[in-house]
Design a protein around this ligand. Structure first.
Ligand code: NAG
Ligand code: NAG
Length: 439
């Protein structure tokens, strides 16, 4: 029932933009299409947390190339909701293959049984006997964390996700579907309603004290010393609200509105693969070992803590966290962007030689309106190298994430998302190309 209602809410605005031939698409073959979808509703009230895994969401179907994925939280009438009312901790979309006929399982059941929990052995995910097979990104994290394709947090409104021409992220190649399975998408939205809360910063940084929880999302006792992070602000937890802040009439339904841009796949589109590098990855280069072996040791913790600096006035207090990782691919970086939480200043990715590859800086709002909320990261600058950056298999790249440590932070992140192309387009010189562009 709820699902039918949602479908009727979907504004299916497909329109075609004609890509300019000079950007690499010739003729009218590769029209960029765009569609706007709404997630199932999130019922939010002051202090509440929604963190559902929504299986089989609406998405363009077929063998396509994704060109962009943008999202924001809106209310019942489609009006954007500011971060100081509903903090968007993150959203992420994960493609998967579902066994045909298995979609009737209740969602929680599917969640427990099919390897999204960290407790499940990874082999579960790859098993062809499973009802669900996750389609993972290129790497580097092992296990079930950071295997998604697209995902951002509070910065979503002002961060470019556009995949530069002539590249796209290939989806649902019919030659890769296992027999008896179909391609689907899973959406995870993590939203925290901070209206009327006692400590807004504490709620969005998931301080355990404010959530009054003793066990994490998997029912495990929270370790002493764990002050804050995802284990304390999972689905249906509640952040402490100011006493007397009535919440009965303040309950409301919100949606993640997401806009997908894509092209139909054909041989003029060049594939780009998605990689996530995590500054908390505990991978270590070991003597004489191959990357293949080492790649199994990636253990991404996703979150970390920024301790407050010791200086009395907090001036110039910056927490710098660095990590060097060996790249398990050869290719060209055509896009890069970092993900940080409030307090983040910016991040950089560079080669062993010190040569910079990308600097992605945090943009803060200075008002109250959606997209410009003061105190929040409302965007991250992204990199589109004019000359795609060549990376060789086994090359070591270093990430650097800076946070202000004037005050401490819990549950912060330091991720770099890269789009890597295997090949560059052929230089355009033949008469045929010229002819096609004219046509
Ligand atoms: C915290 O949780 C306990 C049970 O786990 C409950 O008895 C107590 O009232 C809660 N405190 C607040 C402030 O909600
Ligand atoms: C991070 O901070 C260090 C020390 O202040 C500085 O040298 C570096 O340029 C900063 N990097 C970024 C990406 O802001």
């Amino acid at each position: 029932m709820a699902r039918c209602h949602m479908r009727s809410l979907i504004l299916f605005l497909v329109f075609a933009l004609f890509a300019s031939p000079s950007q690499g698409f010739s003729g009218t073959k590769n029209k960029i299409k765009s569609a706007v979808f709404f997630s199932p509703k999130l019922v939010m009230s002051p202090g509440s947390v929604s963190d559902p895994r929504l299986f089989d969401i609406d998405f363009p179907r077929g063998h396509i190339g994704i060109k962009g994925f943008d999202a924001e939280v809106v209310d019942e009438v489609g009006k954007p909701v500011p971060l100081h009312e509903t903090y968007l901790h993150h959203w992420l979309v994960q493609p998967y293959y579902a066994r045909k006929g298995s979609s009737k399982l209740p969602q929680q059941e599917m969640f427990r049984n099919h390897g999204f929990s960290r407790q499940d052995p990874e082999t579960n995910l790859d098993s062809r006997s499973s009802d669900i097979i996750i389609v993972k990104n290129g790497g580097l994290c092992r296990g079930v964390t950071l295997r998604h394709y697209f995902g951002l947090g509070s910065e979503t409104r002002k961060t470019s996700t556009y995949v530069p021409d002539p590249y796209a992220v290939e989806i649902d190649n019919p030659e890769e579907i296992p027999d008896g399975y179909e391609f689907k998408w899973l959406l995870n939205i993590h939203a925290i309603d901070t209206r009327g809360v006692e400590d807004r910063k504490g709620c969005i940084e998931c301080l355990c004290d404010l959530y009054n929880v003793t066990v994490d999302e998997y029912g495990r006792t929270i370790k002493p010393g764990y002050k804050g992070g995802l284990h304390c602000c999972y689905d249906k937890t509640q952040c402490r609200v100011k006493s007397g802040f009535g919440n009965g009439e303040k309950q409301r339904n919100l949606y993640l509105k997401y806009t997908v841009k894509w092209v139909d796949w054909d041989n003029t589109v060049m594939p780009a693969k998605i990689y996530f590098l995590d500054v908390t990855d505990s991978w270590k280069k070991s003597e004489g070992s191959s990357i293949g072996g080492d790649s199994l040791k990636h253990n991404c913790h996703v979150e970390y803590v920024v301790e407050p600096c010791k200086k009395t006035n907090g001036d110039g207090c910056i927490d710098v966290k660095k990590k060097s990782l060996m790249m398990p691919f050869s290719g060209y970086i055509i896009y890069a962007v970092a993900h940080q939480h409030a307090g983040g200043v910016g991040a950089a990715l560079y080669r062993e030689s010190g040569e910079g590859i990308c600097t992605s800086m945090a943009k803060y709002g200075d008002g109250v309106e959606p997209g410009n909320e003061a105190g929040y990261i409302v965007g991250m600058t992204s990199c589109y190298p004019a000359d795609p950056v060549k990376v060789s298999y086994g090359e070591t790249l270093t990430m650097e994430f800076n946070y202000s440590s004037a005050v401490g932070h819990t549950g912060v992140m330091g991720l770099f998302c890269l789009l890597v192309a295997q090949q560059l387009p052929e230089p355009k010189s033949s008469l045929l190309d010229l002819f096609q562009e004219e046509a």
